[in-house]
Design a protein around this ligand. Structure first.
Ligand code: CA
Length: 299
């Protein structure tokens, strides 16, 4: 019997395709496990293009604070839409922009640490410059231009709003810290050092390591009783102060420090003689463009 050569080719191709398919589940599972944090967990939105590795945080209102903390009186706050980095800024990202890596624990996918507030702000400006965006910070006055479309640190309110992701409990997964180990590196599970970003489960809006791993620099000055007289819409912190707010807990701090409303603070380290500790890192935010901003009027 004479079999046409084309039939043989089709049969061979089919076998090849089939055997390839059979391997697919294993390969895709593996690549999922290794993949960067997925885009799937972002808040439901019809938002246009969200920048790579950022999450769109829709405008909204929430109860900011923690009734069990002396400096965090619960109060209602409205926040405009913005984008937030899905993970802490990694050592690789920082080094690419700044040409050095100040971290104590040198692993490229670890979050950059030993960064002062002033280093974080310099990075924000450099990242904006590299992407042709308007710079948010004046490095002489350290003032932030909130109208610029470049990168900046989140305000304390933005940080807590994004961290809570619509939840009202002590942690975004409930009032008990029992499940903290699934979401965060803290003193009980870190082994005494920070960890690569994105290894634990994210919060409901897809933000990784928002609890634990490293404290995250916020833009605001810290003031113990600021919540008493902060404006109800997009509060930007006191005008002056000695320390800057950090949020979210870190690898050598207890579960208590990971509470969504827990406030902590540290000297910004404007001067080069100051140095950062291996418990401080950061993630950047960017203002959402006008079409996305409009969402808040619909709410
Ligand atoms: Ca954190």
């Amino acid at each position: 019997m004479k079999i046409p050569i084309t039939a043989i080719v089709i049969l061979a191709a089919g076998l090849f395709w089939w055997s390839g398919c059979e391997r697919t589940p294993e390969t895709s599972q593996k690549s999922q496990a290794n993949a960067n944090p997925s885009q799937d967990a972002a808040p439901a939105t019809n938002a246009p293009a969200t920048p790579t590795n950022m999450v769109f945080i829709p405008a909204g209102r929430f109860l900011m604070g923690d009734k069990d903390q002396v400096d965090a009186k619960p109060h209602e706050v409205t926040v405009s839409a913005f984008f937030m980095d899905r993970t802490l800024v990694t050592q690789e990202q920082y080094e690419k922009a700044m040409g050095d890596n100040p971290s104590r624990w040198k692993i490229s996918q670890n979050p950059v640490e030993q960064v002062r507030w002033s280093d974080a702000v310099r990075y924000c400006n450099k990242r904006s410059e590299m992407e042709g965006l308007r710079l948010c910070y004046d490095l002489k006055t350290w003032k932030c231009d909130f109208n610029a479309d470049g990168y900046r640190l989140p305000t304390e309110a933005e940080w807590e709003y994004a961290s809570r992701a619509g939840t009202t409990t002590a942690y975004f997964f409930g009032d008990s810290p029992a499940k903290l180990g699934e979401h965060a590196w803290f003193d009980k599970n870190s082994g005494g050092h920070p960890h690569p970003v994105g290894q634990k489960q994210p919060n409901p809006w897809g933000l990784y390591d928002i609890c634990g791993n490293l404290w995250e620099w916020c833009n605001d000055f810290y003031k113990v009783d600021y919540y008493k007289d902060s404006p109800p819409a997009d509060p930007q912190g006191p005008d002056t102060g000695r320390t800057k707010v950090v949020r979210g807990g870190a690898w050598r701090f207890s579960a208590e420090h990971c509470r969504s409303g827990y406030r902590y603070n540290e000297s910004p380290g404007y001067a080069d003689v100051c140095f950062g500790y291996d418990i401080y890192g950061f993630r950047c935010v960017r203002k959402a463009p006008p079409p996305m901003e409009k969402e808040k009027q619909g709410k």
